[in-house]
Design a protein around this ligand. Structure first.
Ligand code: NAI
Length: 733
């Protein structure tokens, strides 16, 4: 059993102890051996009147239980007199509990001078006067414990309590400094925000609650904080109902929005606002030194101009860490959620239009072959570049960052909606003399399945010359096109609002929309996103060489050479070399090359290689279809009536269709047969052999498979429900 806390030999002064919480404290201290000064003016809750009765009664109670107590009836505003009572009666003062209080609640507009002043006089000035009177005595005896009584109304604000909230949080400020000044004299000052039923709360709390929130549930905290064993100093605690919690400050990582050459503007503040207010990796500064150290660090970083950290992390952050230190660093994992809306918005952003019939499947979610453009894969990974991603790297000056190259590889077509996870790593850092290149690898997963891989090559102007290597085996290289004339050239105009539209896919850099920002960067107008031109070029390849079949897109690499202005026309030259389509993109009006060394790699078309549709290829799904065939025969016409539809199946392996099946439950003719249907199926499912088995065996929920992009459905999706009739009970297969 632990040793009980006693206060023998200690003199405690509790203000406003004639009732409520103060009385409870006084009784508890009295019971544990302290000599208690019970101060109370004995007025009404608004600060009017005066009476000795309240304090006297509590003193009597303590004495009747064998304790030592004396009354004082002065206002806390007469702090000296209050403390003098302690000195006169007991010869010392060890503990001060500033508790006296009144209320003058008014909505802010109706708060009078008197409402304001009285509240401040009793709560804030009263605590100051009493504490100051005790201070030197505590200092001399090298012991003191001070409690300030704040309130949730001060911490959080409360309607009608502007005067009270201000005074109550003022007490916290007072306590913060007393904790610092008193520390070396063993004077500790802590603040409580109690909640208990009392005459102050009886107008704001229902009677039942008032009754249950007893003052005796707060007193033990006050006693502990007042004990000489307690080393807590400068803390803030909420307490009520028997619960105690500690509060502290949290500070976002913040952003430096000032630059040596460009100064600081409200626009820069606006543009960084989300980052400034983002509490990811927030710090918990506990002293003014930590606050100041941050500013000193920022000053030096802005002044040297070389490595401005977007995230000053206080004194502990190493100034200007080398970019080399970042190699291999994993950035915080980020998720990206999207629906068909983002897919469509992106398609519009990269110039798709209903003017072209074959664009509709990327623009209309009700299209039987609704698909997500493969290059949307760069959008899903974008978060890695934004706040909390790359931005969390110390020593990286974002204002000098240029997007140099991009590589995108898809491992399967992107689903048209989903929640994906991005894992980003600094693959390497290269020293190009005039600047540094950061190779940022981003792997994007749907659950555990890798969907796509992006490699960003980010050029940081002026950050070179650190003695790093010039090339990396990890870099995906650009490839120059063949020397001959291009096989195909496509010219397409961008619109004046192309950048305004494209940015809605998540690249919010004001360079692409804000003329003054563009001017600061040396451009005569906002420029088009490099990744928007990337999307245009990819589309041109997909249309001319892959029949817009998203299954055929494998990967794409480009180098961004020069900017495109919205409204200019893009001229894409293409060369086919096997499954690789080389690309070069120019601005038609100026002839300037904008994308170079670029290519798209395609998967071979299914009809290029008919031999990969084997007869008996050991597919597991064959078994299931055989069983389905038997069942259909058994229940035949009944099923036809019930379902009345033609189902098509495309079974894939490694992204290629390796078997096709048709279940005809409309005409009944043939019922199940292997191979495509001669007419139009009502609904067609595309699924890998493995996933098909998982669905049939109940290991994979078909709906989940659909949303994860594992099961593609073309046509009347509602009919899939009817499939249950056929597939039910196949678990035993
Ligand atoms: P209470 O009204 O029962 O106690 C306050 C006492 O202070 C009264 O006995 C009153 O006569 C005395 N007092 C008022 N003006 C004085 C002055 N100038 N000099 C000396 N004594 C004076 O109220 P309660 O609820 O016990 O409040 C105690 C403290 O806790 C107050 O500071 C209050 O603001 C604070 N508080 C209480 C909460 C609660 O839920 N009860 C919530 C948050 C804060």
């Amino acid at each position: 059993m632990s040793v009980p806390l006693t206060f023998a030999g200690k003199v405690v002064l509790i203000t406003g102890a004639g009732g409520g919480l103060g009385r409870e404290y006084a009784l508890a201290f009295g019971q544990r051996g302290a000599s208690v000064v019970v101060n109370d003016l004995g007025g009404d809750i608004k600060g009017g009147g005066k009476s000795s009765a309240a304090a006297d009664k509590v003193v009597e109670e303590i004495k009747s239980k064998g304790g030592k107590a004396v009354a004082n009836y002065d206002s806390v505003e007469d702090g000296e007199k209050v403390v003098q009572t302690a000195l006169d009666a007991f010869g010392r003062i060890d503990i001060v509990v500033n508790n006296a209080g009144i209320l003058r609640d008014r909505s802010f507009g109706r708060t009078s001078d008197l409402d304001w002043d009285l509240i401040h006089r009793v709560h804030l000035r009263g605590s100051f006067m009493v504490t100051r009177a005790a201070w030197n005595h505590m200092k001399n005896q090298k012991f003191g414990r001070i409690i300030m009584t704040s309130s949730a109304a001060g911490i959080y604000g409360n309607f009608g309590q502007a005067n009270y909230s201000a005074a109550k949080l003022g007490l916290l400020g007072l306590a913060n400094t007393l904790a610092i000044e008193g520390q070396k004299y063993n004077i500790h000052c802590n603040t409580i925000a109690p909640t208990a039923g009392s005459r102050l709360t009886e107008t704001v709390m229902p009677p039942d609650l008032l009754e249950s929130l007893k003052a005796e549930y707060v007193a033990p905290l006050v006693l502990w904080l007042s004990h000489d064993q307690c080393q807590e100093n400068g803390g803030l605690f909420e307490a009520g109902a028997g619960w105690i919690g500690k509060l502290r400050w949290e500070r976002s990582q913040g952003r430096i929005v000032r630059h040596k050459s460009q100064g600081m503007s409200p626009e820069a503040v606006r543009d960084q606002w989300d980052n400034i207010c983002d509490f990811t990796n927030a710090t918990k500064p506990a002293s003014i030194n930590e606050s100041l150290a941050t500013l000193v660090e920022v000053l030096s970083r802005v002044e040297t101009g070389e490595k401005i950290s977007p995230n000053p992390t206080g004194a502990t952050a190493a100034p200007g860490p080398s970019l080399l230190d970042a190699v291999g660093k994993k950035l915080p994992e980020m998720t990206f959620s999207y629906s068909h809306l983002q897919c469509i918005l992106y398609a519009l952003g990269v110039g798709m239009s209903t003017k072209e019939d074959d664009h509709l499947k990327f623009l209309y979610e009700g299209h039987e072959d609704f698909s997500c453009l493969p290059t949307f894969g760069v959008v899903t990974s974008m978060g890695a570049l934004m706040g909390g991603g790359l931005a969390s790297l110390p020593g990286l000056d974002f204002t000098r960052l240029l997007h140099g190259e991009q590589y995108l590889e898809l491992f399967k077509p992107l689903p048209t909606s989903g929640t994906l996870t991005n894992q980003a790593t600094i693959a390497d850092v290269l020293d190009k003399g005039s600047g540094a290149i950061i190779l940022l690898d981003v792997h994007t997963y749907s659950g555990k399945e890798l969907l796509c891989y992006n490699q960003y090559s980010l050029f940081i102007v002026g950050a070179g010359g650190f003695g790093g290597k010039r090339a990396s085996a990890k870099a995906v290289s650009t490839v120059e096109p063949p020397k001959r004339a291009p096989d195909t050239v496509v010219t397409e105009a961008t619109t004046r609002d192309q950048a305004a539209l494209y940015r809605l896919s998540g690249d919010w850099n004001p360079l692409h929309i804000d003329p003054s920002f563009a001017a600061m960067g040396g451009f005569k107008a906002p420029i088009l996103h490099g990744l928007c031109s990337f999307g245009f070029a990819a589309r041109h390849v997909m249309k001319h060489y892959a029949n817009n079949d998203v299954f055929r897109f494998k990967s794409m690499k480009v180098r961004f050479v020069k900017p495109v202005m919205p409204g200019q026309s893009l001229e894409t030259s293409m060369w086919k070399e096997g499954n690789r389509i080389h690309i070069e993109c120019k601005v038609k009006e100026t002839g300037a090359v904008v994308l170079s060394g670029a290519y798209v790699d395609l998967h071979a078309a299914a009809d290029d290689t008919p031999d990969i549709l084997p007869e008996a290829n050991g597919l597991k799904s064959e078994l299931v279809f055989a069983e389905i065939g038997r069942r259909i025969k058994d229940i035949g016409t009944e099923l036809v009536k019930k379902v009345n539809a033609v189902f098509g199946w495309e079974i894939t392996e490694g992204g290629r269709t390796v078997a096709q099946w048709t279940i005809d439950l409309k005409t009944g003719a043939g019922a199940l047969h292997k191979g495509p249907y001669s007419g139009k199926t009502d609904v067609t499912f595309t699924v890998s052999d493995e996933d098909f088995m998982d669905v049939v065996q109940g290991k994979l929920n078909p709906q989940k498979a659909f949303f994860a992009g594992k099961l593609k459905v073309r046509g009347n999706i509602m009919l899939s429900q009817k499939l249950e009739v056929i597939l039910k009970d196949h678990a035993k297969l």
